[in-house]
Every structure is written in structure tokens, then in C-alpha cells.
Design a protein around this ligand. Structure first.
Ligand code: UGY
Ligand code: MN
Length: 248
């Protein structure tokens, strides 16, 4: 059937940042994942040093695989429930559940009913003889902390702040009218998914409207800030590379 009208989009891909509303991201078939609709949100092809996916598992969907040597990964449950076997240990992950998988992990994921996941893979940058270990939790069990004295702005760090990890996965909550206290510029990258609410995100030198479901990639040094609007608190989960010196 032909489509009548214009086909606009909020999607933007710039040299050092991107904003992707979910409906426009084409599906990929990842052969390791069965009964799963996969969307690659960012990848080295965009300029990122990591890859981030949205995975929509149908009933019976899942995977069994081994991460490549030196590659770590992180799983977060947006919706639904999955069974995770991680290096021989079994876990049930419900909404808000997450798992950090150490480099080279063998794991399986199985969904009895539809579930939606964030998945991220990054090459681990070693430091000395320290090694990261698997970690499983649920953000609903983490209280979070007030961010830089901004009342009502809460930051949850899903991974402990420790140099054994070279990455952070954090969740921010902002009350309507809340904002980041500064416009940040830093060498670290972000891969960010809006979990709830809406607002305006400063990217590069533009304010962009954002809402639940949107994905943002911020490359090194992209100026960034956020101002929450709407009637409910805004929440987003984001990746950040941390704890390592710059490679020359
Ligand atoms: O941790 C961060 O860099 C965070 N404050 N950045 C962001 O939310 N854009
Ligand atoms: Mn930042």
C-alpha cells in the first residue's frame, strides 16, 4: 500500500554524536540469537569504541554463546524476564536486572515470554594484573545518590567504582525541571537509552528534544547537558568508558 504524506524523522547522525528514535533503526539478524529482533544502536562504524544493541526476544528467544577473548559485555532488562546462565551460574533477571560478563564469558539467555534487553560489548582494556569478575544485580535494589548536590537528581552506579572495571553503567533520574549541573565535555564516550520521561538534550551545540525509547551516542569531547521536562521524572541508563589512561 502506498504511503501518503511526508516521512520526517528526528534521527540525527553527526561526526561525534547521534540521536536515534527507536522506530527508525532497522533490524539486524544476529545469528547467535534465536527468535530475537536485534537493533544495532551504535558500533565502530558510527565512531564508537563499543557496540550497543536493543534486543527484543520473542517467547522462546535467546542465545548460547561465548564472548571473544578480551571482550566483555553488559546486559540490562528493560521489560520482561530472562533466565541467564553465566559461566555456569544460573540467574533470573527481571525488569531492572543486569549482568556484567567478564571477558571471554560463556553464557546463555532464555526467555519464556517476550522480553526487551539492552546489550553492550566492549573490548576490555587491562590494567596490571587486575581482572574484572561477573556481577549480577537489579537497579531496583540500589538506592542511588544525590548527584553533585542537585536535590532530586539521583545517580545509580550499577558497577562498583573500582579500577578493575574499565566501564561504567549508570542510571540517572531527574525530576521535571531538573538538569545536569553543568555542560560537560569529556574524553569518555556515552551510549544512552531513555527509560522514562522526556526533556531536551544538549549535544554538540544544539538542544534536541528527547523522550522514552530514544538512543544517544556521545563521542569523545562532545559538549553535553540535559534538562528534564514533562510530568514525570526522566530516567536514562548510560555507558561510559572509565578508569584508564588515554592510549597513544
Ligand atoms: O557521567 C557522566 O558523564 C554524565 N554526567 N553524563 C551525562 O549524563 N551526559
Ligand atoms: Mn557525560
Amino acid at each position: 500500500m502506498s504511503r501518503i504524506g511526508l516521512v520526517g524523522s528526528r534521527a540525527r547522525v553527526e561526526r561525534d554524536w547521534a540521536l536515534l528514535p527507536p522506530e527508525g533503526v532497522a533490524e539486524s539478524v544476529l545469528p547467535e540469537w534465536r527468535n530475537t529482533v536485534s537493533k544495532v544502536l551504535t558500533a565502530p562504524a558510527m565512531g564508537a569504541a563499543f557496540v550497543q544493541y536493543e534486543l527484543a526476544l520473542a517467547a522462546g528467544g535467546g542465545t548460547q554463546q561465548t564472548l571473544a577473548d578480551g571482550v566483555q559485555s553488559f546486559l540490562f532488562v528493560f521489560e520482561g524476564e530472562v533466565r541467564l546462565d553465566l559461566n555456569g551460574a544460573g540467574h533470573t533477571l527481571t525488569s531492572g536486572g543486569f549482568a556484567y560478563m567478564k571477558p571471554g564469558s560463556r553464557f546463555s539467555v532464555d526467555a519464556e515470554a517476550p522480553a526487551k534487553l539492552l546489550w553492550l560489548k566492549k573490548r576490555y582494556v587491562p590494567y596490571g594484573s587486575q581482572k574484572p569478575h561477573d556481577l549480577v544485580g537489579n537497579e531496583n535494589k540500589l538506592p542511588g545518590e544525590t548527584y553533585m548536590g542537585m536535590e532530586g537528581v539521583i545517580l545509580k552506579t550499577l558497577l562498583p567504582v573500582d579500577t578493575i572495571w574499565d566501564m561504567a553503567m549508570n542510571i540517572f533520574t531527574f525530576p521535571p525541571g531538573g538538569s545536569l549541573p553543568v555542560t560537560e565535555t569529556h574524553v569518555m564516550e556515552h551510549g544512552l537509552v531513555f527509560l522514562q520521561g522526556q526533556g531536551v538534550y544538549y549535544l554538540g551545540r544544539e538542544w534536541m528534544e528527547v523522550q522514552k525509547g530514544d538512543f544517544i551516542w556521545m563521542g569523545p569531547f562532545v559538549p553535553q547537558s540535559f534538562y528534564a521536562a514533562g510530568a514525570v521524572p526522566s530516567r536514562y541508563i548510560y555507558y561510559k568508558d572509565v578508569h584508564r589512561d588515554v592510549t597513544l
